[in-house]
Design a protein around this ligand. Structure first.
Ligand code: PMP
Length: 371
């Protein structure tokens, strides 16, 4: 089907043919020995991709928002203090979500395109004892990249659990969960992990699991409650059958394939590939005269870019011309700037050819719009 356009949005992305093949196999029973093995393999490999050998991995039917919800529901009890370090749309979502579980939420904001400084975070942690803090590794609305290393260190220093929203970063940006002391690293399948939408994925530190075990009140969300899911994850890890809610068997087969392809490529090489492609894309856009939301290279994500439309150009027209050139990119997401910028995803299987095709499509579309 040559009419298919190249999908360069920040998720869902283009998927590897071997992953599409894996998920299109006839569905196995969730208690079939071969499926139990695949589920167990996927749980084991997550810890290698996340670089968190002592963590507890969870694979649940749902999306990234469920992964956020699961961390919030299990770690917050009514009256707990939580700090949200927000760099855009998904930080705001986390603040709303934590309030549903009765948290007293403080939000640290920053001018659009920048990150909250380590100094401001530390000063905030000095003033109040928080139970947990959340931050978005790559906010998909702004393409701003946070550095998790100082945040992990502050979490340890002030005894605050740290939750990294890695929906737009895991397997595309460098993450060393255990070394950096991050308690929860969560993501979804449809971005750099490279599996069609439908999986919520988390790796949780033993420290956070202990905090959950010591809760005084039951988890206020039945589906997300780790009491229901931990025995299932443990059973699959021990290669034993179990059931709480039907797992998305085909997607789990896709995840097993995807994680093995990621490990085969090598995490370091994969991160380098994302960096090289992102830098080449940004350079090409700069040469076309475009500017970006992130304020500097140091806070620019490698999984997506968020360029402003040139002033004289109508954004909607530009996006449809890019589509006419065979490439689909995404519009703006941040409410205050929605019509002023667009977003290009470059993660997962993305290669030099795809990025060149995308650059050429944007170049031609800009010329057509300028006529
Ligand atoms: N966090 C971030 C950083 C995201 O990019 C997204 C999805 N774009 C989400 C959370 C929510 O994920 P989902 O749409 O899979 O629920």
């Amino acid at each position: 089907m040559s009419s298919r356009k190249l999908l360069m949005i920040p998720g869902p992305i283009e998927f590897h043919p071997e992953i599409l093949k894996a998920i299109s196999e006839p569905s196995p029973s969730h208690v079939a020995p071969s499926f139990i093995e695949s589920f167990g393999n996927a749980l084991d490999m997550m810890k290698k991709v996340w670089l968190c050998p002592s963590g507890q991995s969870f694979i649940i039917a749902g999306t990234g928002t469920l992964a956020m919800d699961m961390a919030g529901a299990n770690l917050i009890e009514s009256g707990d203090n939580a700090l949200v370090i927000s760099t855009g749309y998904f930080g705001e979502r986390y603040a709303e979500l934590l309030k549903r579980y009765g948290a007293n939420v403080d939000v640290l904001n920053t001018p659009i395109g920048d990150v909250v400084s380590t100094e401001i975070i530390e000063n905030t942690l000095k003033k109040k004892q928080y139970k947990l803090l959340t931050f978005t590794h790559v906010d998909t609305s702004t393409a701003v990249l946070n550095n998790p290393i100082p945040i992990g260190e502050l979490g340890k220093k002030y005894n605050v659990l740290t939750i990294l929203d890695g929906v737009c970063s895991v397997a595309g940006e460098e993450i060393q969960q255990e070394k950096w002391g991050i308690d929860v690293v969560l993501t979804a399948s449809q971005k750099a992990i490279g599996v069609p939408p439908g999986l919520a994925l988390l790796v949780v530190s033993q420290k956070a699991m202990e905090v959950w075990r010591n809760r005084n009140t039951p988890v206020g969300n039945y589906y997300a409650d780790w009491s229901n899911w931990l025995p299932i994850m443990q059973a699959y890890t021990e290669r034993k059958p179990s059931y709480f809610a039907t797992p998305p068997v085909n997607l789990v087969l896709g995840l097993e394939k995807s994680l093995s392809l990621i490990l085969e490529e090598g995490i370091e090489q994969r991160i380098k590939r994302h960096k090289d492609i992102a830098q080449a894309f940004r350079l090409a856009m700069q040469n076309l005269g475009l500017q970006f939301i992130p304020k500097s290279e140091a806070v620019s994500a490698n999984t997506l870019s968020a360029p402003y439309y040139p002033e004289e150009i109508n954004g909607g027209e530009l996006l449809s011309e890019i589509s006419n050139q065979g490439v689909i990119v995404a519009g703006g997401l941040l409410a205050s700037l929605k019509t002023k910028y667009f977003r290009v995803g470059h993660m997962g299987i993305v290669n030099e050819k795809d990025i060149t095709t995308t650059i050429n499509a944007i170049d031609s579309a800009l010329k057509l719009c300028n006529q």
